[in-house]
Design a protein around this ligand. Structure first.
Ligand SMILES: Cc1cc2nc3c(=O)[nH]c(=O)nc-3n(C[C@H](O)[C@H](O)[C@H](O)COP(=O)(O)OP(=O)(O)OC[C@H]3O[C@@H](n4cnc5c(N)ncnc54)[C@H](O)[C@@H]3O)c2cc1C
Length: 497
């Protein structure tokens, strides 16, 4: 095993290795550079590029996002990090004049009723007018006001909870497609406590779901916590790649060593002179010594690296399921589209039984994404438990996406360009039992001071949550690395305990 970094008696600075160069790993490395110049940071990324799920391509005047296209403004660390990087001024919200989205039913698009907050309808008017739910379904939804809350503390599947409170129709036609747009998940398996704990809190504290959401809205307005006038979703004008570029530039000036094309095979522990030190071994046989390690790779990859160090920890990580999906981006001349594209796009309920999950009208949703007179769209394929469509070639996926656009929007023309981005096991699923699994993971980590985990598999899949998890892991690693610099004092028995 060839050592890649010098040992501490040559360079007195403590060493932290961050594994994984997605947004969580980049944020961790960035936070470490801000915490102390005395910590030497190495970022190790298995692929040849940084950013992980964030992939922004600029082609012929189009800005194409292969993965995420924006982040929630209400969660502080998205905007917060952009501010630290000097990117806040470049953030743009969704185009306000087209603030409208649709839900597919049969082959027709219907307006998503206004006033859906955190998946729950909070305005009666738009719901009552919506043809998406039958009169009987609406009556069942209103029953939420009268139904008593469920007793007990045990977790419940998201789907079961929403059906219990609002009825099957509202779940199938409205809540399920919105939820799937976030997790590409199956509501029958997702844990309510891990995905939307505020819904259960609302039920418990206010007696009903709609009552709870209304109370939360009132409280947020009184406390002034909702940033007035700020759009719900934000992204840098040139795409999320600018966030990655900004971070990488800071890491380079901060002296972070970045290793690309360097998959980590294992993380082990050695005890030179009685002090714990980690060894991060790369697949090519090279090794890095570290006082602390942040593993910000996907949970299943983390499981592989940590199997020899702590088998029970690795087993918990490996048990987190992941959904696969693909995004097909297509561009067309505007005149070839018979539909007005007067909104942000549409979602497709699982009960429709189609391979596509959603379609975003990117150039209507965001400014500066397509040249004048042309349009850009993204079709999302695959969802948890229904991933068979992804088995085909890229050409097959383009055909599926074009079938979708032909059936719903009447687009017959050939696209000007197509891009396929596949996300194999790209989206962790917080299934029933996830909170207990997190507790078990934390118990194992307590016995491994200096090892921290970050990323989308634990406490939030959105970009702000991933940033926050990377930063929290950096704090843990930094504290451990500084402790390892403290002199080891040998005292007579009885003086230290
Ligand atoms: C299609 C799609 C659309 C999404 N849309 C949105 C959205 O609009 N808004 C939003 O907020 N979120 C969205 N998300 C979620 C969000 O993008 C991700 O949860 C987040 O980017 C994950 O970041 P991460 O750093 O945890 O993981 P990743 O981005 O997966 O980064 C992990 C990194 O670890 C590396 N790695 C793996 N194994 C090893 C190894 N052995 N050694 C070294 N490195 C390794 C990988 O190569 C990768 O670079 C979307 C996700 C997907 C898949």
């Amino acid at each position: 095993m060839a050592p890649l970094n010098p040992c501490r008696n040559v360079d007195a600075r403590s060493q932290v290795v961050v594994v994984g160069g997605g947004i969580a790993g980049l944020a961790a490395a960035h936070r470490l550079t801000r915490l102390s110049p005395r910590v030497s940071v190495t970022l190790v990324e298995g692929s040849e590029r940084l950013g992980g799920k964030i992939v922004t391509e600029r082609v012929d005047g189009f800005v194409i996002e292969g993965g995420p296209d924006s982040f929630l403004s209400a969660k502080p660390r998205g905007v917060g990090l952009c501010r630290e990087l000097g990117l806040e001024e470049t953030l743009q919200g969704t185009t306000p004049r087209r603030r409208r989205a649709f839900v597919l039913r049969g082959s027709r698009l219907h307006d998503l009723p206004e006033g859906l907050t955190g998946l729950v309808p909070t305005r009666l008017g738009p719901m009552l007018r919506s043809p998406l739910v039958s009169p009987l379904g609406k009556a069942r939804m209103a029953l939420d006001y009268a139904l008593p809350p469920r007793r007990g503390d045990d977790d419940e599947a998201l789907g079961a909870f929403v059906r219990r409170r609002l009825g099957r129709e509202v779940y199938d036609r409205l809540v399920e497609p919105l939820m799937a747009g976030i997790y590409a998940g199956d509501g029958e398996r997702l844990s309510l406590a891990a995905t939307f704990p505020q819904l259960r809190r609302g039920e418990r504290e206010h007696g009903g779901l709609i009552r709870g959401v209304l109370a939360a809205k009132r409280a947020a307005t009184t406390a002034g916590s909702a940033p007035p006038g700020r759009p719900g979703f934000l992204t840098p004008r040139g795409g999320l790649g600018e966030l990655v570029d900004g971070l990488v530039a800071r890491l380079r000036t901060g002296g972070v060593r970045i290793l690309l094309g360097a998959p980590v095979a294992s993380v082990g522990l050695t005890r030179p002179g009685g002090n714990d030190r980690f060894t991060v071994e790369l697949a090519d046989g090279r090794a890095l010594a570290a006082d602390a390690v942040v593993v910000a790779a996907p949970a299943f990859a983390a499981a592989g690296m940590l199997a020899a160090l702590d088998a029970p920890l690795a087993a918990e990580l490996a048990a987190i399921p992941h959904a696969s999906s693909a995004i097909v981006s297509l561009a067309f001349p505007r005149e070839d589209i018979p539909h007005p594209l007067d909104g942000y796009g549409y979602v497709i309920p699982r009960v429709e039984g189609r391979p596509a999950l959603a379609c975003t009208w990117t150039s209507s949703k965001w400014g500066h994404r397509a040249p004048e007179g042309q349009v850009l769209m993204r079709v999302f394929l695959g969802r948890f438990g229904r991933e068979e469509a992804l088995g085909g070639t890229d050409d097959d996926l383009v055909t599926l996406a074009r079938d979708e656009l032909r059936n719903v929007l009447g687009i017959e023309a050939a696209p000007l360009l197509c891009r396929v981005h596949r996300w194999r096991y790209g989206m962790p699923q917080y299934v029933l039992g996830h909170p207990a699994r997190l507790a078990a993971i934390e118990r194992r980590l307590k016995a491994l001071p200096g090892l921290a985990l970050a990323g989308n598999a634990y406490r939030g899949v959105g970009i702000p949550d991933c940033i926050a998890s990377g930063e929290a892991a950096a704090e843990v690693a930094h504290a451990a690395a500084r402790r390892s610099e403290e002199p080891v004092v040998t005292a007579p028995a009885g003086l230290l305990s």
